[in-house]
Write a protein that binds this ligand. Structure first.
Ligand code: ATP
Ligand code: MG
Length: 409
């Protein structure tokens, strides 16, 4: 009986893998051009790393298990908490700011559908140690640049959870977090009934809903000032800088973000053509270091949903040309030798490992879309020569072994 792969997971065949690697390569290159350096953390962590801020509720969305010594562990659902744990444990005395990036798989026990998997990949960055709007500006510019470079059509929306959290102060942190989650889910009815349940007065209720609706250009900041007495300086400076450098965005004060650790500016990118699972990037500023026993360290970052980007973008994998080394029976070691010479010169070369005759080797090479076959026959080998056949044009030439490379270019 066949064994299926687990629900919500995928297999990637070579064509798709080559394309994914090409996209990944471009993302890395841009992050590195901004001075970010790669980090890696374990695939599983102590469960508490993820529940300390978000509460036990998050367990439902995670792969949680006990190891043989009874420790509670979880497969990572995201990388910001692991990277900040690493920062606290290993890097808290390093000169700041720190610029880290990662590309890694994450696991969430979600209902699988298009664009939503139980194992998926994130490409993300953390800029650790600054609370300036300049740090938010840098990561937003970086996210914008990456998505543009891989050819995603997207819109960028920027909000600020500090404003809503300030408004929600009177109801206490736990209730505020619940409100933020309902806002994030876009569940207006749920929000309405929850606010009624906890007896929020009408004035606050109206303010919450008015703030949520504020979406547009910088004029929404003026409107927000009518609703709440808050210092909007950070958001104003950020908006002005992003306009100056030509980043296109909409302000949206209704962005809440699902994870609890955000403190200030938050942002999301939505790709065209992806349907419900259109959010391809989410980020913002947060403080997690002190929660993990380190010094208070304001940070900012984002995570790009790599799988959704792969679906939304136009990048094609580069064509790789393969040379087939085809040989008569008895010349196998010559075939291996010529193939390794080719590889040393940077070519991709394959030899027959099926014990096929020459004709079958040739037809397999054609089937695989190989452009050149290097043919080794007894006469050629004796005189130190090889035949090269272009399988597209059927042209064949015989050359000295050393001339092989110039013809294959
Ligand atoms: P969503 O609202 O779509 O569930 P999220 O708010 O849970 O997203 P984040 O935790 O901010 O997402 O993760 C960052 C990015 O990772 C998302 O913008 C999305 O592109 C991607 N992502 C999140 N969950 C999944 C998943 N289950 N499968 C594929 N990609 C995902
Ligand atoms: Mg989610």
């Amino acid at each position: 009986m066949k064994i299926e792969r687990p629900r919500g997971t995928r297999d990637f065949l070579p064509d798709e893998m080559e394309r994914r690697r090409e996209i990944e390569k471009r993302m890395r290159k841009i992050a590195e051009s901004f001075g970010y350096r790669e980090v890696a953390t374990p695939t599983f962590e102590y469960l508490e790393l993820f529940t300390r801020k978000s509460g036990e509720g998050i367990i439902e969305e995670m792969y949680v298990f006990k190891d043989k010594s009874g420790r509670d562990l979880a497969l990572r659902p995201e990388l910001t908490a692991p990277v900040m744990r690493m920062f606290v444990n290993e890097c808290s005395v390093m000169p700041k700011p720190l610029r880290f990036y990662y590309f890694a798989n994450c696991f969430r026990y979600e209902r699988p559908q298009k664009g939503r998997y139980r194992e998926f990949w994130q490409f993300g960055v953390e800029l650790i140690g600054s609370e300036s709007y300049l740090a938010d500006a840098e990561v937003i510019i970086l996210a914008d640049k990456i998505l543009k470079d891989v050819g995603v059509n997207f819109s960028l929306e920027i909000g600020h959870v500090g404003i809503m959290r300030y408004l929600l102060k009177p109801i206490g942190e736990d209730r505020a977090s619940k409100v933020m989650r309902l806002i994030d889910k876009g569940d207006r009815e749920g929000l309405e009934s929850y606010l009624a349940e906890i007896r929020v007065n009408e004035d606050l209720r109206d303010k919450i809903f008015s703030l949520l609706e504020l979406k547009g250009d910088e004029s929404v900041i003026e409107e927000a000032k009518e609703i709440i007495d808050y210092d909007f300086g950070h958001l104003e400076s950020l908006s002005a800088l992003l306009r100056d450098v030509g980043v296109d965005f909409t302000l949206n004060l209704g962005i809440a973000r699902g994870l609890d650790y955000y403190t200030g500016v938050v942002f999301e990118c939505y790709a065209e053509g992806l349907g419900a699972q259109k959010q391809v990037c989410g980020g913002g500023s947060y403080e997690l270091s002190s929660l993990f026993g380190g010094p208070v360290t304001p940070s900012t970052g984002f995570a790009i949903g790599f799988d959704r980007v792969c679906e939304a973008c136009s990048v094609e994998a580069g064509e790789k040309s393969v040379v087939a080394v085809v040989s008569f029976k008895g010349l196998e070691s010559q075939a291996f030798r010529v193939a390794s010479m080719l590889r040393e010169r940077g070519f991709t070369a394959v030899v027959d490992v099926m014990g096929r005759n020459l004709k079958k080797q040739m037809s397999f090479a054609s089937e695989m879309g190989v452009k050149y076959a290097v043919i080794l026959g007894p006469d050629e080998v004796k005189s130190g020569r090889v035949a090269i056949k272009n399988l597209e044009t059927q042209e064949q030439v015989v050359v000295a072994e050393e001339e092989l490379f110039s013809i294959l270019q």
